[in-house]
Ligand binder design. Structure first.
Ligand code: ZN
Length: 454
């Protein structure tokens, strides 16, 4: 199992992203690297599959795949694997060896994630057996972990192995100055495509400045991530902040729907279809960046301000809920689930930075459908506004949920009211999980000595 990198005492791992502005020659090379990573991934995956098949057929014990053995094998075979069929010319020499290593590592990690998942060691949705990568269906990317990686002192260039010095769209000051001060050290760089942009994510181990602590240590807030509103922040008795969908994002989403409809009327594979596809990709990437930025500003502010922050915990039944909803609504819901996941992820690492405490409420805590006035739980469906059947007080969905979440901080340990359907949901989820794990190659365990009658 690859072990996770642990930074030395007093340092944390942090990522800094910069949009790149490569020359045409560099872009050609970057595109080749993207393909080469996929090539190495697929090669490594087929080695793993072959070894499983071999074990199945002969019952001979095979060694479990490892990054080191696969990479060693790659190095002995690359001259035949990477040879042009007609000319016999070897093409791996043009590509950084780090790119191939990254592909091999990706396949090995994917295999082990699958193994861990089926042993129940990974929370959430079951992870399937890795599939072969295909251009267009796989995020274009590659990583460097060694070699010449540095930010140039002009703060407008980034140097990477084989690719050389690439101009950045924005100033790299926010990271470059930390490196000069020896407060940050580059661990690796991942180059990937986002829409029509090439982004370099620089992973550094960094000494975070000592923080003065949160500004309101006694403040306890609940954060509800909603469908119509991005987020609502409340104390135990009142709403204190709302995060609306940024207008720039709303505009992009509207344009996106328009373009998608337009594209649907064009012939698949035609020139105009391609143009629309590129525009859509750009809009998606744009929207994602706007959302990401909004979330970062929001979570940093929360973590710097409040002593305790409560968010909804992992929701295993989210998938089931989503299925039962029609079209556009379920997509919106999916978007807010993703938003919740991202906000939670950011708070998980930011809260310790600023000295705030993050509490994740039980995933079956019915924060939306519990009346915060009397504690009555009722089914409210998808309504924005609802009235309590018990005390007839009127509630706004997100406001009520955020207040309930804030209360969870003191309630959680005692035991919150659990919705009656909760047990049912757990059951049906695990049943659905079992189904996807069974059958085919997935059910085969190459590591265990399973005897088969042949
Ligand atoms: Zn009530």
């Amino acid at each position: 199992m690859p072990s996770k990198y642990q930074p030395p005492e007093g340092r944390v791992v942090q990522g800094f992203s910069f949009a790149l502005d490569p020359t045409d020659e560099q872009m050609v090379l970057i595109n080749r690297f993207f393909g080469a990573r996929r090539f190495a991934f697929n090669w490594a995956l087929s080695q793993i599959k072959d070894s499983i098949e071999h074990h199945r057929a002969t019952c001979e014990s095979t060694t479990a795949p490892s990054f080191y053995s696969l990479r060693k094998q790659w190095n002995t075979e690359k001259n035949t694997v990477c040879a042009n069929d007609e000319t016999g010319e070897v093409w791996w020499t043009d590509i950084s060896k780090e790119v191939f290593a990254d592909g091999v590592r990706g396949a090995n990690d994917a295999y082990w994630r699958w193994q861990k998942s089926r042993k129940g060691m990974i929370a959430g949705q079951p992870v399937g057996f890795p599939r072969f990568k295909k251009r267009g269906r796989d995020r274009d990317r590659f990583s460097f972990t060694t070699g010449a990686m540095r930010l140039e002192s002009d703060r407008r260039h980034l140097t990477l192995p084989v690719l050389g010095t690439i101009r950045t769209h924005e100033n790299t000051r926010r990271l470059e100055r930390l490196i000069v001060l020896d407060r940050a050290k580059v661990l690796g760089v991942t180059v990937s495509r986002h829409g029509d942009r090439i982004i370099a994510a620089v992973r550094v181990s960094i000494v975070r400045p000592q923080q003065a602590g949160v500004s309101q240590p006694d403040s306890v807030v609940g954060v509800d991530v909603g469908v119509r509103r991005l987020a609502t922040v409340a104390t135990v008795d009142t709403v204190i902040a709302e995060l609306a969908n940024p207008r720039a994002l709303e505009g992009r989403l509207k344009e996106l729907r328009l373009l998608q409809r337009q594209r649907s009327r064009r012939t698949r594979g035609s020139r105009q279809y391609l143009v629309a596809t590129q525009k859509i990709a750009r809009l998606y990437a744009d929207a994602a960046l706007i959302r990401q930025h909004t979330f970062h500003v929001f979570t940093t502010n929360l973590a710097k301000t409040h002593g305790v922050i409560v968010v909804e915990g992992l929701d295993a039944s989210a998938m089931l809920k989503q299925k039962s909803l029609p079209g556009a609504r379920s997509r919106r819901r999916g978007l807010s689930d993703a938003a919740l996941g991202e906000i939670r992820r950011q708070l998980r690492y930011k809260c310790p930075w600023y000295g705030s405490t993050l509490i994740e409420a039980d995933r079956f805590f019915p924060s939306s459908k519990t009346c915060h006035d009397c504690g009555h739980v009722q089914d409210i469906g998808w309504s924005e506004q609802w009235n309590c059947e018990e005390c007839s007080s009127s509630h706004q969905r997100d406001d009520n949920a955020a207040i309930n979440l804030a209360r969870w901080a003191s309630l959680g340990s005692v035991g919150a009211p659990v919705k009656r359907g909760a047990e049912h949901q757990t059951e049906s989820h695990s049943a659905a999980g079992e189904d996807t794990r069974k059958g085919g190659l997935e059910s085969f365990r190459p590591n265990n000595s399973v005897r088969r009658a042949t």
